[in-house]
Design a protein around this ligand. Structure first.
Ligand SMILES: Cc1ncc(COP(=O)(O)O)c(C=O)c1O
Length: 490
């Protein structure tokens, strides 16, 4: 190992924020500060035992614990260590998920009316950020993976064309990888975007582990993006809601960014969540590689076994793929049978104690991580194998997700932020053709809007929504989550 690497690992052994909280708890202090449970001294009796260890770390801004909004002590040190580990110049801890990072970035680069190039199949937080910034999105339609029918990434030529058509655009905002683990060649894309001297912002919510093992793609920071937002709680080991925002270069006004973060994040950020980021970073650097080295061959064997099931398939990277990278930790199954749906398979799995990320009509997505044990994979494999005799490979199911992902652009009759504030009414979905939608219609997961406020409901979108509503899709953003009715402008 190079001397530089030894030094790096030595430094990364520290977890300054977590260590400070532990030290403080050990002294058995008299806490006359919030939160009112006073480090676990008072708590619901039934739940106390389970929460106790964590409550002792759940303090607030007191001497020694630093302040997320003005970091100068242990939080600053923890963020510096994270920046070093994630190849960033600067890293900010996010309490409130990647959601808050995406919104803050968009509000930083866009002033009201400014254009931003944005991938249509992005998370709702990106659309919300655009509305909050009162910006104008220029949508980029992603390529569709024909084998699975889902949206992958945008094409570099499309981004370049859009930049030429909109030289006043303030930034390019993309999602990489997708929920399904598909990614594009970010290094090439970054070079293209930077030729126009605009920042490339990446929602890397599903890529906190990228760059930490040769089996994974390189991270957005390594590939030259100006900012990336990672849900460390998704593919890393931080606690839910704990994410990070990484920045490098001069294209982003950091002062403005930090001001927005301070406005959007709680003035009482959870020390437990922040400490979980500190130790999740240490785990990724020092321990995860060994765990992945055990897991990755298990995943290879698992896929080998499943290869015998001709009713089941998954994305495979080839020279013809519309994506350039694939996350080996995502188990994204595509059903090649008409006998049951992805929803049915998901329910069947749940009956056997196996819980997945999402299902739609023809897919089930499961996410593995360092926390996935061989017994988990064995249980999943056995269940899928046990179905083999009952399942005839049949006609391909209609690729509903493909339909969803292939028709993203509709007539934008009004800007999103104006449409959400217009007088509205609820009407039957059946009667919505030609009306302007007032709400975001998001089948969830994966959280990609089929319609955004201000768009006119056309025949395609109506047919798609009816089909989704007939299935068991849950909708976010809408008043009627069964989507029997829809909110439109009056
Ligand atoms: C692509 C993408 N971006 C952003 C988010 C929001 O992340 P968080 O849940 O950390 O707020 C999600 C959540 O599912 C997501 O899938």
């Amino acid at each position: 190992m190079l001397e530089r690497d030894v030094e790096f690992r030595e430094r990364q052994k520290r977890a300054p924020l977590y260590e400070q909280l532990e030290r403080h708890a050990k002294h058995r202090p008299h806490p006359f500060h919030v939160p009112g449970h006073k480090m676990g001294n008072s708590f619901d009796n039934h739940a106390k035992n389970r929460f106790q260890d964590i409550l002792e770390l759940d303090v607030t801004e007191i001497s020694g614990t630093d302040d997320l909004h003005q970091p100068q002590g242990v939080i600053a040190e923890a963020q510096d260590l994270a920046a070093q580990a994630f190849h960033a110049e600067q890293t900010k801890f996010l309490i409130g998920g990647s959601t808050v990072g995406n919104i803050a970035l968009i509000m930083t680069v866009c002033r009201p009316g400014d254009k931003i190039l944005v991938q249509r199949n992005c998370h709702k937080s990106v659309f919300n950020g655009i509305m909050m910034a009162r910006a104008t999105p220029i949508f980029l339609v992603p390529a569709v993976d024909l084998a699975t029918g889902v949206a992958a990434g945008v094409r570099r030529e499309d981004v370049e064309r859009a930049l030429l058509a909109h030289p006043d655009a303030k930034a390019v905002f993309l999602t990489n990888p997708t929920y399904y683990g598909m990614g594009i060649d970010l290094a090439k894309l970054a070079a293209t975007v930077h030729r126009f001297d605009v920042p490339l912002l990446i929602d890397e919510a599903h890529g906190a582990h990228y760059g930490f093992h040769p089996a994974f793609p390189r991270s957005a920071m390594q590939e030259g993006a100006d900012a990336s937002v990672q849900s460390t709680h998704k593919m890393g080991t931080a606690m839910t809601m704990s994410s990070m925002l990484h920045i490098q270069g001069e294209r982003i006004d950091r002062e403005r960014l930090f001001r927005h973060l301070a406005m959007l994040q709680s003035s009482s950020p959870s020390y437990v969540l922040m400490a979980s980021l500190d130790v999740a970073r240490r785990h990724l650097v020092l321990e995860a590689t060994e765990e992945w080295n055990r897991l990755l061959p298990l995943l290879d064997k698992f896929r080998e076994r499943l290869d015998r099931l001709d009713w089941l398939d998954w994305p495979r990277l080839s020279t013809n793929s519309v994506y350039a990278t694939l996350d080996p930790l995502k188990l994204f199954f595509h059903l090649r049978t008409a006998q049951f749906s992805g929803f049915d398979l998901q329910k069947w799995m749940e009956k056997h104690g196996i819980f997945s990320e999402l299902a739609d009509d023809s897919h089930v997505l499961l996410a593995a991580s360092t926390g996935t044990a061989s017994r988990d994979l064995e249980a999943l494999c056995r269940l899928l194998e046990s179905m083999a005799p009952q399942v005839e490979p049949g006609e391909e199911r209609i690729l509903l997700a493909g339909v969803v992902s292939s028709h993203y652009l509709r007539e934008q009759a009004l800007p999103m932020h104006e449409a959400v504030d217009c007088p509205r009414e609820s009407i039957l979905l059946e009667q919505a053709l030609g009306r302007i939608v007032a709400e975001m219609v998001i089948p969830y997961p994966p959280g990609i809007p089929v319609l955004v406020p201000g768009e006119r409901i056309d025949e395609e979108s109506l047919a798609m929504l009816k089909e989704l509503a007939r299935g068991q899709t849950r909708f976010h953003g809408v008043q009627d989550d069964q989507l029997q009715t829809i909110q439109v402008l009056r």
